[in-house]
Design a protein around this ligand. Sequence first.
Ligand code: LLP
Length: 431
Amino acid sequence: MLHTNLSVNSENHLTIAGQDTVTLAKTYGTPLMVMDEDRVRQNFRVYRDAMNQYFGGASRPLFASKALSCKYIYRLAGEESVGIDLVSSGELYTAVAAGFDVREAFFHGNNKTDGDIAYAMDCGVGHFVVDNLTELDRIDEEAGRRGVTQAVLLRLSPGIDPHTHAAITTGQVDSKFGIAIETGQADEAVAYTLNKKHIRLDGFHCHIGSQIFDITPFCDAAKLMIAYVAGVKNKFGYDTEILNLGGGFGVRYIKSQPILDYADFIRRIAAFIDEEVARSGIKKPTILMEPGRSIVADSCLTLYTVGGTKEIPGFKNYVSVDGGMPDNPRYALYQADYTVCLASRAKATPDFLCTVAGRCCESGDILQENVPLPKPERGDILAVLVTGAYNYSMASNYNRIPRPAVVAVKDGTVTPVIRRESFEDLIRNDL
Ligand code: LLP
């Protein structure tokens, strides 16, 4: 199986964390997202322990909660002593509602509104990751008005191309995110920030992209950022306290992709950073990372009920399910790879090559193409694997389809964590 938390039981049903997915689908309805809580916790711990061991000091992961934002996940992050990366007041509101200590939160985004800035300060968010100087002015003003000093990092764009999908690449010079090092604007921003009365500059951030399997772009980014830190020490006498290297480690969605050993990646990046730090003679900053996908993706799968198949001889076959782009827009957006299997007859011969289509009134509403399955029948349960990251968080109500329910499984018990949206929910804000 694709990941160790997946298996097939004696009834020929797919299981996750030992739970029969067909039983879950019948009990909770479909589409249904099922999360393996132990897997999420284990992923948090891998990062937390490896960063503590290899980077040392106060190094810790910040969960990039854009991958999945709900009260349940913030509670787990808190219990596992992991910080968070937020990108909107909505994510912040959710974290606060979950009782998360938002002093451990880093507020991102390339356009924080005045409302975001004020609300984040009301909540006591630990750090803003400042994207541009207009925003810095606003944060300084707001902090001044409140008589406080606000800690910030400056987001820099290091000019690295990580060779991943263009829509999820973020570290290049012409990115909409961050301040470019190459153009000299980063230096200007540092000088400007150090002169701000109500701001404490704690360091720098970069993020090069997402779903990256190669360690080289991370080391390239670290090298550049450390050289930058050494440069600002020389130019401004400024000691960087925090260097946040962002997220981006790849996850196995299909068999041809590897399962990365994140602890080993961190060990190798840490060794590389130590050499660079020694070479440049700077004081080693606290290293932070912001994994999102690699924390939640493999903990989850999505279950659908098959409506039927459509065969077009000489062309293609379709199988239609009761979800689609409203709960998972990633194929429509990025042609993202997924593994699909027939959960209700997991080991039957996969001799029916088909396109898995959603139920929306839109040809692009496809979950995956060219999938070999046992020929599905109406009522079969179909599973799309590894859907924990950027699925629920990117879900929509297109065609007024309610968002699915999410349940967590742990030690043989099932806990609902997000209720299925009702029709009433759909019209709640309609006047
Ligand atoms: N930090 C920053 C500043 C980010 O922008 C991101 C992701 C992360 C951390 C987390 O990266 P991860 O470890 O999850 O790769 N919707 C796209 C992914 C967009 C990623 C945006 N930024 C998708 O579904 O593939």
